[in-house]
Design a protein around this ligand. Structure first.
Ligand code: KE4
Length: 432
């Protein structure tokens, strides 16, 4: 099915050609719209809260390139800083003062981080942090949660979320059993299941890694006491607690979910926002652990473009913009209005729905019960979600093209944008 009410001729032509050149015509699976149906639109440019496709259609954007565009796309101050940085080159492959600047900002902001290493993606950050967990504890097993996504490294592709969940790939072919035999899984928000895994694997579990607020199985916040419970259990068993804040870092709060919920892990991964739209990831945490990373210590990890001046520049400027007083209060206000509005409209139109938001991150499911974990999320009506997504797209609203993703707002979104979005939602929900 292609868009019926908006002209997408050029998008269709370009996407058709792309499918001969790149698997599925995309550089990342979720972009292909497989789970919501229809063809993706091809972007031409972005600015602030808006996207323009190659046919000239404008959309209010709630994906924000999957999180980084929290200040709005192509923020003039970020672009200006990048122009200046470009004059000095695009990559050094050598120490650069800008790395110190961004490192200090991250260390100052994130409670768990005393020392940090920059990489080029969230996947790299999670791969490296897993190796570090194992090296520090001398243990090999790790606990992850069903529906959580920590990038596409082999050992995490076990009941993963995001595009893996979207495409219904419980485990990807090509991942050898040896790579996942030490990956244990538990339902999100289930402390008893975690305690049982530790009891069954005494002294073998290096640690627990999780999204402190899940965004890759749809939006699933932690139940009260869940994060605190994980902190206690990992302390009790001499294991490490790792918050994968690639999505939640600087989004849930300036100091991430660990600041918001007051639970400090041993290690944290970051990405997305700290790159301001350029490729960056990072991992950091307790100094005694981080000093095991080469060349300070024996744990090897490296990267050609890690800490490159352009990505550092975009990240520094983005975090500076986020430090402005009132930023997170504004994000919370407009996102609450959007989330509450969507749920209210769903109810008025006779659809069972649940969901919520924390700061500039939101999500909802077409299902009656509350969603506490991935199994609950999978019970939602994904066909209805696909029809809703298409209807909103045709009315100029761009939502994440999967039920198993979260939505993101930016400080660039206006009250008018939210009103327009809710008006579109009312039209679509009344015809679903
Ligand atoms: P990247 O390798 O995509 O930079 O980061 C992997 C990753 C790790 N941890 C969390 C919590 C993440 O959300 C991600 C990546 N998020 C997805 C969106 N759900 C990226 C979008 C995509 O895969 O195209």
């Amino acid at each position: 099915m292609v868009n019926t009410t908006i002209k997408t001729t050029k998008s269709q032509e370009i996407f058709a050609a792309a499918q001969n050149l790149m698997p599925g015509g995309v550089s990342s699976p979720v972009r292909a719209f497989k789970s919501v149906g229809g063809q993706p639109i091809v972007f031409d440019r972005v600015q602030g809260a808006y996207i323009w496709d190659v046919d000239g259609n404008r959309y209010i954007d709630y994906v924000g390139t999957w999180g980084p565009a929290i200040c709005g796309h192509a923020h003039p101050e970020v672009i200006s800083a990048l122009h200046a940085a470009l004059e000095k080159g695009t990559s050094f492959g050598a120490p650069c003062a800008l790395e110190n600047v961004l490192a200090e900002m991250v260390i100052d902001a994130v409670p768990s981080i005393e020392m940090v290493r920059f990489v080029n993606s969230g996947t790299e950050a999670c791969m490296a942090v897993l190796r570090l967990m194992r090296a520090f504890t001398g243990r090999e097993k790790v606990i992850k949660f069903e529906g959580c996504y920590h990038g596409h490294a082999d050992m995490f592709l076990v009941k993963a979320g995001s595009g893996v969940a979207t495409l219904g790939l419980p485990d990807s072919p090509g991942v050898p059993k040896s790579a996942t035999s030490n990956t244990l899984t538990a339902p999100y928000n289930d402390l008893e299941a975690v305690k049982a895994l530790f009891a069954e694997n005494p002294n073998e579990i290096a640690g627990v890694i999780l999204e402190p607020v899940v965004g890759n199985a749809g939006f699933i916040p932690p139940d009260a006491g869940f994060l605190e419970g994980l902190r206690e259990i990992t302390h009790e068993y001499g294991a490490l607690l790792v918050f994968d804040e690639v999505m939640t870092g600087f989004r849930i709060a300036y100091g991430g979910a660990q600041e918001k919920f007051g639970v400090t892990p041993d290690l944290t991964t970051l990405g997305k926002i700290i790159g301001g739209g350029l490729p960056v990831g990072a991992y950091g945490g307790r100094r005694d652990i981080m000093e095991m990373v080469a060349p300070a210590g024996p744990v090897y990890q490296a990267g050609t473009l890690s800490g490159n001046p352009l990505a550092m520049t975009a990240g520094i400027k983005t975090l500076e913009l986020l430090q402005k007083p009132g930023t997170y209060e504004y994000l919370d206000k407009i996102t609450k209005k959007l989330s509450d509005g969507l749920l209210q409209i769903a109810s008025e139109c006779g659809h069972e729905a649940c969901g919520g938001q924390i700061s500039g991150m939101f999500g909802f499911f077409f299902t009656g019960g509350k969603v506490h974990n991935y199994e609950d999320a999978k019970k939602s009506d994904t066909v209805k979600f696909g029809r809703f997504h298409r209807g909103m797209l045709e009315r100029g609203v761009y939502l994440a093209p999967s039920q198993f993703e979260a939505g993101f707002t930016a400080i660039a979104h206006t009250e008018e944008d939210i009103e327009q979005t809710l008006a579109a939602a009312r039209e679509v929900m009344s015809s679903l």
